[in-house]
Ligand binder design. Structure first.
Ligand code: NAD
Ligand code: PRE
Length: 365
């Protein structure tokens, strides 16, 4: 098959998803929504049944000879064994995995099987700190980056099948070799996770009256630390060589930051400017240019359809809302809805909502 033809090919079905946790069941839901036939397998059969009940496919077994693509969505240390098993059980299928690390699983697979040409690893840069099939989301990959890591002996038809999967899940395809991938995710995913865990770990020993002051800042910095430690031990452990170097560089920067505390306002401002400059280099969530977001908080009374009315008023304003979070006041019967909006639209939206009778406050940035 020529590469040009192969790249525009559809997803070869039926598809089998092995590992129906958060990512696997989301793949199943996205493919099922797109009209593909999906079979679900998991070492814990109830996970496959729950995923099936949420629209990720069927838990009935597939005809092995007919399977066109296998998506392996198991924890990193299990990937090479499960991919090897899939290559043997489904003799006509392309096989991919969605693991967060790419070099070690490929090297392990090459130790297990002679011919890895039907395997092409991949990695969707979308996820959640919540594990298991109940976190299934058919839109998880929408406009998110999905890296396809071709290796030198990959069959072009298998590459095409995996790229078709990425497109069917409506993600943005990026091609990268496994070693470069692992260096990149060490920077943009693994190190941020470890730093989040470091900060969150300190919270364990804080007195309750200090924790009571926790605002959105500490929540933003620690969200990913709530992820499953058993999964993250595997992700970090399988990319440990790269991460160890990055931790060393971070340690040097931590020492220098500590020194700067005694060097006066200019030195400290310089550190903070460096951080701000870094945040501005992060592309927009959906791959577009970086957007400056501003947060506003709206008080929601504990009344029927209050949220419905608020969303109608926001919709009427016709302005883009990037993200929302809701918190409940521990002492009053109200909730607080934080809205992240484009920075230059915050004042307009705040004024419109205030006119409509809502209690609105600008927050932070
Ligand atoms: N969590 C994220 O944000 C995220 C994002 C992108 C990619 N990933 C990668 O996706 C993969 C799955 O992560 P997840 O977050 O969905 O985890 P999860 O814990 O939600 O799901 C993993 C599933 O795999 C099953 N499983 C474990 N070993 C198995 C085996 N040998 N055979 C069959 N099933 C097995 C488990 O029972 C579970 O249902 C991991 O490799 C992870 O690195 C995770
Ligand atoms: O959003 C989150 O909770 C994530 O941590 C997702 C995230 C990431 O670091 O961006 C985590 C691990 C994956 O391998 C890919 C995506």
């Amino acid at each position: 098959m020529s590469r040009a033809l192969a790249r525009s090919a559809p997803v070869p079905e039926p598809v089998v998803v092995v590992g129906t946790g958060m990512v696997g069941s989301s793949v199943g839901c996205a493919l099922t929504e797109a009209g593909f036939q999906v079979h679900l397998e998991d070492a814990v059969p109830t996970h496959a049944q729950v995923a099936a009940s949420l629209g990720a496919g069927t838990a009935a077994p597939a005809d092995p000879a007919a399977v066109g693509l296998v998506v392996v969505a198991v924890p990193p240390r299990a990937i090479s064994a499960v991919v090897a098993d899939a290559l043997s059980r489904f003799p006509a299928a392309a096989v991919t995995d969605v693991g967060s690390v790419k070099s070690r699983p490929l090297a392990e697979l090459q130790q297990r099987v002679d011919d890895v040409s039907r395997y092409v690893g991949s990695h969707p840069m979308a996820g959640s700190h919540v594990a298991g099939p109940t976190a299934a989301d058919p839109f998880l990959f929408l406009d998110r980056t999905w890296v396809v890591c071709e290796h030198p002996t990959a069959d072009p038809a298998a590459v095409a099948a995996v790229e078709a999967l990425v497109r069917a899940c409506r993600a943005r395809l990026v091609r990268m070799d496994p070693v470069e991938h692992d260096a990149a995710v060490a920077h943009v995913s693994h190190l941020p996770h470890l730093v989040s865990s470091l900060v969150a770990g300190v919270l364990r020993d804080l007195p309750a009256d200090h924790l009571a002051l926790a605002g959105q800042g500490v929540r933003d910095v620690t969200r990913v630390a709530a992820g499953d430690p058993r999964l993250w031990e595997q992700i970090v452990g399988m990319n440990a060589e790269v991460i160890s170097v990055e931790l060393g560089a971070l340690q040097t920067r931590l020492d220098a930051l500590r020194e700067a505390l005694g060097d006066g306002p200019a030195a400290l401002t310089d550190w903070l400017e460096q951080g701000r400059a870094g945040t501005r280099r992060i592309p927009g969530k959906h791959g577009g240019a970086h957007t400056e977001w501003a947060r506003m908080v709206v008080e929601i009374p504990d009344a029927p359809n209050a949220l419905g009315r608020l969303f109608t008023d926001i919709g009427d304003a016709g302005l883009n809302v990037e993200d929302i979070t809701i918190e409940h006041d521990p002492t009053r019967r109200v909730g607080y809805l934080s809205l992240d909006v484009e920075a230059d639209t915050r004042d307009t939206l705040a004024a419109l909502l205030t006119d409509a009778g809502w209690s609105v406050e600008a927050a932070g940035r």
